[in-house]
Every structure is written in C-alpha cells, then in structure tokens.
Design a binder for this molecule. Structure first.
Ligand code: PMP
Length: 328
C-alpha cells in the first residue's frame, strides 16, 4: 500500500479566511531526498523546496506570515500588503495574497526580469519599481513609503521573526520526520535574509538535535581563500544569496545560533554543480548548486557517517536568461 504523504502541521483556519479555494495549509511536505552525484561521494539530504506552490522556499514564509497577519488582525480581509524583494519572496507573497483574498504590491529594483513582473501581475499583484542603483535598500525604502501612503501591511521579511519562525515550526519538523533516525548533524545553506538557516537550526535544536549550522558564502575566483567576509551585498552569480555576513542576516541571530560557521564556496563551481543537478532531473536554480557544493565541503569535514541536510530553494525556470543556461 502506498504510504500517505505527511501533511504540513495544520494551521488553524478562521472564519475570516476564505473557506473555499484555499490550499496553502493543505499542501504536502516537500520531499527530503538523499542525493549522491558521484558513486564514491557522500550522500546529502536535500529538501526539495522548489516543489512549493510558487516554485520556491519563500512560500513557507509568505503563507505563514500573511496567514498570521490576517489571524491577528494586522491586515484586514481584502487589505493591502507591500513587500520589497527582487525575487522569490514577491512572487510567493503575490500567490499567498491571492489565496488569502488580500491585495499585493511588490516594490522591486528596476531591471528585474519581465517574467517576474508578469508572474506577480498574473496573481493580481501590482509592481512598483525603485531605482536600480539603490538595489534592495532602495526597494525597502520604496516599500515603506508606499505602505505609509496607502496604509498597507509590511511583512518585512528581513526583520520579521515569523520568517525564521516559519522554518523553525514547519520545515524543521518536516525534516525531522523524514530523515532516518530523526537526527541531523549539520544544516547548510546560503543566506539571504538568514531566515531559512537560522529557522532550521533553531527548529532542529528545539527537538533535541544539536547540529552545526553552516552559512555558505559565494566567493568569486580570486577572492577565495582571502581574508574573510568584508562585503555583504547580494551575490550576482547566485541570486537570493549574500556574499558575506550582513547586518541584515545577523538580525536573525539568537543566543543559540551564535555559533553559525561561515563557509567560502566558489560561485562558478556552484553554478556548474547546479547544471549537473539539472541533468540529473532536479530542476533547480543556482543557489541549489551553492548549497549542494557547501554540503559536500561539510561532508569532507564531518566524515562519511554525518547526516547533512541542505535545501534546493527554487526552480530553474526563473533563470533561463542567465549564466545558468549560458545566456548571460
Ligand atoms: N532565495 C533563493 C533563491 C535562495 O537560494 C536563498 C538561499 N537559500 C534565499 C532566497 C535565501 O533564503 P533566506 O532569505 O531564508 O536566507
């Protein structure tokens, strides 16, 4: 008999949420699969987050944050949500807003791909552009201004504790129910807001594991083996991931997570590894290559019996026009 898919922990529904068409709290857990690319290489446990409804791990935080905001009255039914993000979070928030009957505006730096804009607009969202030169900080300032002017709810993924909270209470629990023996020795991911890594680490600790948390820092060729992180901007080659410990990232540090270990990972090899994963049938984006490469490096440190978990955050289709497909 087929084994039933484990479901995500139930999120209580309230009479204020639509009682039809609403599926975000009914989707199955994403698979956690052992991946070994080379016959004599280590096995890494990979959480297939690209299988979330909008195609990325950001569905975790979008559903959790917006659902909670409606439940606690931070946003009224039919209310307006504004988020700054150049990528997956805006798309996930647009989908979750459509599901929850909310209106949504994404503030994005000019120059993001046409596809991203079209996806958001197809979910009924609106896109407002901030100056390209100001990057994500310009988008954050723009979101604040729009929210003030139009009385909107700002989820603020970079500082909202419900961002790591979503991974702590759900993704980590899924992993513990899926990995043999319920024990994780290391959790490894690249860092954007830091919500995934800190949330997974905290959630695993909550249930009696004591994993080491490794933050994968993409480093370009010559900078490898250098003096360590000085910069903290978003990496060009690995979208969604910062190339150093940023103040944004440290916002989610807690007492327990104070021992996060930073790992330099060559970004060109990471992109090549993402291509290899795609050829094996994992339709992933560049950050999955980064995460997998970082996990291989951790496996070398911890030895063959270590249970190492990483995440495949998003899908390859978002990167057709980039270096991943030799288009940049
Ligand atoms: N977006 C993508 C596509 C990523 O690969 C990652 C890194 N795993 C992130 C975002 C960053 O996640 P977080 O904001 O939770 O650190």
């Amino acid at each position: 008999m087929a084994t039933a898919f484990p479901t995500r922990p139930n999120v209580s529904t309230t009479p204020r949420l639509p009682d039809c068409n609403h599926y975000l709290d009914r989707t199955a857990a994403t698979p956690l699969v052992p991946v070994r690319l080379d016959a004599d290489g280590p096995t890494i446990w990979c959480k297939l987050e690209f299988l979330n409804p909008s195609g990325s791990t950001k569905d975790r935080i979008a559903g959790y944050i917006l659902h909670k905001a409606v439940r606690t009255g931070k946003v009224a039914p039919g209310g307006l949500v504004v988020e700054a993000s150049s990528g997956s979070t805006s798309i996930a928030m647009a989908l979750a807003s459509a599901q929850l009957g909310l209106r949504f505006i994404a503030v994005m730096p000019e120059g993001v791909s046409r596809e991203r804009r079209l996806i958001i607009e197809s979910y009924g969202g609106e896109v407002v552009f901030s100056p390209k030169a100001e990057g994500i900080l310009g988008a954050l300032a723009g979101a604040e201004a729009v929210a003030k002017e139009r009385g909107a709810y700002l989820p603020l993924q970079f500082e909202n504790p419900d961002n790591p909270g979503a991974h702590r209470s759900r993704t980590a629990c899924e992993i513990l129910g899926q990995i043999p023996g319920g024990c994780v020795d290391a959790v490894v991911t690249g860092v954007g807001t830091g919500g995934t890594l800190v949330g997974l680490f905290e959630g695993l600790c909550d249930h009696g594991c004591s994993p080491t948390a490794f933050a994968a820092r993409p480093v370009t060729g010559a900078a490898l083996g250098g003096a360590g992180a000085e910069c903290c901007s978003f990496s060009g080659r690995i979208p969604g991931v910062v190339d150093g410990l940023s103040t944004i990232y440290t916002r989610f540090r807690t007492e327990r997570a104070a021992s996060l270990v930073e790992l330099d990972v060559p970004d060109e090899e990471a992109v090549e590894l993402a291509r290899r994963l795609i050829r094996k049938g994992f339709p992933v984006g560049p950050s999955s290559g980064l995460n997998y490469l970082a996990a291989l490096m951790v496996a070398q440190r911890l030895g063959p019996n270590a249970q190492i978990v990483t995440v495949f955050p998003d899908r390859m289709e978002r990167y057709f026009s980039t270096e991943l497909f030799n288009q940049a």
